[in-house]
Structures are given as structure tokens and as C-alpha cells.
Ligand binder design. Structure first.
Ligand code: ASP
Length: 581
């Protein structure tokens, strides 16, 4: 080794010893007679010192000539530091340098490589290898590593085995757009990259593997957001001979294990919420349950009093922002503008304040008597100082809009503390989802999800009402995982495909291999997949998953460091028999 210790290691107990350190020059402070260098490596920072009169003039000059991010090897004696730095673990000592070797010089980095950097997002991504030297970024990857390790520990202990599945496959059923790869050996034909290993893990159950997992890259060609990347990592799991209850228990155990071992946080038993209740009470299938502020439906109380907006609405629904009666007119106007933004699409916001004496004053007072408003107060379980925020319109749209408003107000009132974790299961998702664009049903989860047998009679009369054996794990308003009990019978699977508008031929062409497998002794099975990047960002207290991915892509799906995607040579195109338009 070129070093005897790392830069995070030395303490007072080794004072007097000679050591050799290697690392990067983070900062140099030149006070004339004294010169200090903060030497950094992955493990920490150690101060090197040079003193005129003690250090030889040549060495002193050599030290003075070092620049930021030079890679050096320093030999010297550990000494007690004159003024201790409590902020770093090595702050009690410094190394009085006797020999210095420059292992490699460095150009001036394009941004400060310190905890607080002056580099913007684009610049940091272009020089991601420099960004990764920064402690907060490195810590995120260390967290990711620990989470991977604990995932493997937990699942291995329960006899899950990790099996790799192929990356060059054909289209999978997750419902997003595929990334495709042309096949040179089969001109005109393409592989698809897996949106998930869904069909393979089911086939492994048919093979008798019984408990499978894989920490695996998945690819979806979707529009990107802070919590979406074109390639992302799943903790993908499947079990055979189980009921839904077994899956929920196993993976509730998993998340508790992760919280305990990685964050030292004890998580209580996960509550379960029906999908229908989540939509009714939170307007979302991923409710943030760190705070209450549940929806209160007001149709019964507000209709037929002459206020047309409410009279015409399918649903009038509100939240009680506790203690927010002090919101100013300006703040309320801002909230109104917030819900009127095209992405949210509400037409307006009605509000009412509860005074100190319990009286209610609303923005629609001319339609409602004090007694009417008291009835609202009762419905909201109001106390003096509360603020009601009410939306009206079509049911689904209004719930969605109120969900956004609830989250915004929750944020403003400081109810969404990143250090509080509120996980739950959302269960009994609908099997199907109506798609306005294509005018047909889609599988809400994927086409291999089994319907609840007791709902199957609805198949002709009201397919949209059939519930599935499908579940999501939600933490703080983020869907961290989702899965289902699968269909394992060819007949039911065929029925499902036909419900989804597949012809028999289409179903066979796309998923014949799986249906065939079902005829060779497929055990009852089910599983789940967790979005690993999202879990990491949640554990790390961040909103963006990018910070937890070593080399992420930007919002246009580009890796700006290696400059991908990029054109390929004509010769390559010819070989693939591809002609560009
Ligand atoms: N393959 C599913 C997904 O990626 C998860 C599952 O059903 O296990 O969402």
C-alpha cells in the first residue's frame, strides 16, 4: 500500500508515530510562516502542517506549489493539534509533514469539491467523477450499499435465492414504452430491455425455485421526473405456495429490518388501507399518512342552498387545515392559484375560517347561514383557529386536486417531516383501469395479477369494479413497492388477456411461453418489487433519486458525462440493416 493509514483514521492515541497518508488536496491555507493542507480521501480529512524553520525550505515551497485536487503522498509525524477541530473525527491531531510526493497533478476543478459546492446540476453531472468525491454524494452511495447488503441479508436468511434474469428479452407487461435493441444476427428483429423481470420470476416459480429475489436493473422509456430514471433498480421478489398475507408479512418484515439496521429506526406494524378508502380519504393511492387532514365529503351539507358551483358538482370535498385560520388573504389567493394551475385543474377554492369563538366565516357566506356553517364545522371536527379548504367538481378530478392541495398545505404547515416515516400497505386495488384514450381496459398492475375470486361474477356486468389481489407499500406518500398474487392457471390467464382486448393470437404471440408453462405444474405464487432508488432517497431524506445513483441521466434521458445517447457510424447501421429517415 502507498499509505499506512487513511485520512479518516488517525486519533490522539497514535501521536508521535510516523505515518504515510495519500489523498487529494482539498484546501490549502497559507499563513506565511505556517501552511496547512486538508488532505481528503473516501474516509475523511486529515490536516497536514508545515512550519517555516521546522520544515525544510524546499519542502515548504513544494507544499506551497500544490493545487486543489492534486493527488499526493505525505509522510510525517502525528502530533497533537494546537487548536482542536471538533467538527471532524481526526480533529485532535495533525500530521507534521517530512516528505511529500506528488502522485499526480490536477487541473483546477470546474467547481468546489466540498460539502457545499458552487457547481450547478449540469456541471456536476458532466464531471460526475469529481462530484462523487464530495462527502454528501459519497454518503448517499454508501447508504445505497448498506441497503443492498441488508436486503441480501434479510432475504438470504429467509432462503430466498438471487437469480439473474436476461437483459435482452422481449416486451414485458409493465405498460410503459420499451427500450429496444436491434439484433445484428436477426436482421429486422429487436430485443426489448426488461421493464421488470416479471415473466422470468414467474417462470422460476414454475421451475420450483420457491423464493426468488434479484436486485436488478429495469428499463422504461417514460417521461422523466425527479423520482424517475430510464434505467432504475428494483428489489424484485417472488414466492410460491403463499397467500397474500404471507407476502405482506414477509415484506413488512423486510422494510422493518431495513429501517432498523440501516437507520436505527423501529417501525411499528404496518397499517393496511383499502384502495377505495385511500382514494376517498386522501384522493391518492399513495397517501402521505405522516399527517391526518383526511378528506371530508360535504355533499349532504352543502347542496340546494343556491350555490351553483356546489349544486352542480358531483363531489364537494374539503380538508381541515388545523390552526391555519391565520392564513392571510394573500396566502389563500396563492392556494387558489395553486389549485387552478393546469396540472391540477380545479376551477376555484372555497375556504372558511373558524374564529376564536367557534363561529365560521366562509368565502360563500351569502349562500350559507351560520347554522349551515356550524354543520360544516361539525363535519370537519373543527376547533377555533381551523381553516377549511373545499373543492368541488367531478369526483376523480376533485379528489386528485384536493390530494395536491393537502400535500401542499401539509408542507406549508411543516407536517411532512423527512425524519418521520409512516409506511402502510394499500390493498385491494382494482384489477382494471379504464383508459379514455384507447377506450378500453388496461391492467392496473399488470395482466398476470389475479382477480379476487369473489368479484369474478362482475366480469360481464361491471369489470371495472373487480378487485385484484394487488398491494402497494407506501411510505410518506411515495409508492416504494408493489406486487400481486398471480394467475397460475392457463384458462384464467386467457380470460384476462381477452378482457384486456388481446385476441387469442396476440396473447399467444406475446405471452404464449408463460401460458404454456402454466400447463406444466405451476404452483400458486405471488410477489412484489421495490423501487430501490426511491427507497434509498427516502432513507436519505432526499426527493430526487438521482442523488443516489452513481451515474444518473438528466431529464432528457442523457448521460451528459459520456454523452449518450449518440449517433452511431453508418457501417454499424448497415450491419444492423437500419436506415435512418
Ligand atoms: N413487476 C412488477 C412491477 O415492476 C412488480 C410485481 O408485480 O412483482 O411493478
Amino acid at each position: 500500500m502507498l499509505r499506512t493509514h487513511t485520512c479518516g483514521e488517525l486519533r490522539l492515541d497514535v501521536a508521535g508515530e510516523e505515518v504515510v497518508l495519500t489523498g487529494w488536496v482539498q484546501r490549502l491555507r497559507d499563513k506565511g510562516g505556517m501552511l496547512w493542507i486538508d488532505l481528503r480521501d473516501r474516509y475523511g480529512i486529515t490536516q497536514l502542517s508545515f512550519e517555516e524553520g521546522v520544515t525544510s525550505p524546499e519542502l515548504f515551497e513544494q507544499a506551497r506549489s500544490l493545487g486543489r485536487e492534486f493527488v499526493i503522498q505525505a509522510t510525517g509525524q502525528v502530533i497533537k493539534r494546537f487548536s482542536k477541530n471538533d467538527k471532524i473525527p481526526t480533529g485532535a491531531i495533525e500530521v507534521k509533514v517530512t516528505k511529500l510526493e506528488v502522485l499526480n497533478a490536477a487541473k483546477l476543478p470546474p467547481f468546489l469539491i466540498e460539502d457545499e459546492t458552487d457547481g450547478g446540476d449540469d456541471l456536476r453531472m458532466k464531471y460526475r467523477y469529481l462530484d462523487l468525491r464530495r462527502t454528501p454524494v459519497r454518503r448517499n452511495l454508501e447508504l445505497r450499499h448498506r441497503m443492498m447488503r441488508e436486503t441480501r441479508n434479510y432475504l438470504d436468511n429467509l432462503s430466498f435465492i438471487e437469480v439473474e434474469t436476461p437483459v435482452l428479452i422481449k416486451s414485458t407487461p409493465e405498460g410503459a414504452r420499451d427500450f429496444v435493441v436491434p439484433s445484428r444476427m436477426n436482421p429486422g428483429e429487436f430485443y426489448a430491455l426488461p421493464q421488470s423481470p416479471q415473466t422470468f420470476k414467474q417462470l422460476l416459480m414454475v421451475s420450483g425455485f420457491d423464493r426468488y429475489f434479484q436486485i436488478v436493473k429495469c428499463f422504461r422509456d417514460e417521461d422523466l421526473r425527479a423520482d424517475r430514471q430510464p434505467e432504475f433498480t428494483q428489489i424484485d421478489c417472488e414466492m410460491a405456495f403463499i397467500t397474500q398475507e404471507d407476502i405482506l408479512n414477509t415484506f413488512e418484515g423486510f422494510i422493518r429490518h431495513l429501517f432498523k439496521t440501516v437507520k436505527g429506526v423501529e417501525i411499528a406494524e404496518l397499517p393496511r388501507m383499502y384502495y377505495a378508502d385511500a382514494m376517498r380519504l386522501y384522493g391518492s393511492d399513495k397517501p402521505d399518512t405522516r399527517f391526518g387532514m383526511q378528506f371530508v365529503e360535504l355533499n349532504e351539507l352543502v347542496k340546494n342552498k343556491g350555490f351553483k358551483v356546489f349544486d352542480d358538482a358531483e363531489l364537494v370535498v374539503g380538508i381541515n387545515a388545523k390552526g391555519a385560520a391565520s392564513y392571510t388573504r394573500k396566502q389563500l389567493d396563492e392556494l387558489t392559484n395553486f389549485v387552478k394551475r393546469p396540472q391540477i385543474g380545479a376551477t376555484g377554492l372555497v375556504y372558511a375560517r373558524v374564529g376564536e369563538d367557534g363561529s365560521v366565516k366562509s368565502s360563500v357566506d351569502k349562500f350559507y347561514s351560520p347554522e349551515d356553517l356550524q354543520a360544516w364545522a361539525a363535519a370537519f371536527e373543527a376547533e377555533p383557529g381551523d381553516l377549511f379548504l373545499i373543492l368541488a367538481g367531478g369526483k376523480d378530478k376533485t379528489r386528485k386536486a384536493l390530494n395536491e392541495l393537502r400535500l401542499e398545505v401539509g408542507e406549508q404547515l411543516g407536517l411532512r417531516d423527512k425524519n418521520v416515516f409512516s409506511p402502510l400497505w394499500v390493498v385491494d386495488f382494482p384489477l382494471l383501469e379504464w383508459d379514455e384514450e384507447t377506450n378500453r381496459y388496461h391492467a392496473m398492475h399488470h395482466p398476470f395479477t389475479s382477480p379476487k375470486p369473489e368479484d369474478l361474477h362482475l366480469i360481464d356486468s361491471d369489470p371495472g369494479a373487480i378487485r385484484a389481489n394487488a398491494y402497494d407499500m407506501v411510505i410518506n406518500g411515495v409508492e416504494v413497492g408493489g406486487g400481486s398474487i398471480r394467475i397460475h392457471d392457463r384458462g384464467v390467464q386467457e380470460q384476462m388477456f381477452s378482457l384486456l382486448g388481446f385476441t387469442k393470437e396476440e396473447a399467444v404471440a406475446q405471452f404464449g411461453f408463460l401460458m404454456n408453462a402454466f400447463e406444466y405444474g405451476a404452483p400458486p405464487h405471488g410477489g412484489i418489487a421495490f423501487g430501490f432508488d426511491r427507497l434509498c432517497s427516502l432513507f436519505g431524506g432526499a426527493d430526487s433519486i438521482r442523488d443516489f445513483i452513481a451515474f444518473p441521466k438528466n431529464n432528457s434521458g442523457r448521460d451528459v458525462m459520456i454523452d449518450a445517447p449518440s449517433p452511431i457510424a453508418n457501417a454499424q447501421l448497415d450491419e444492423l440493416q437500419i436506415k435512418l429517415k
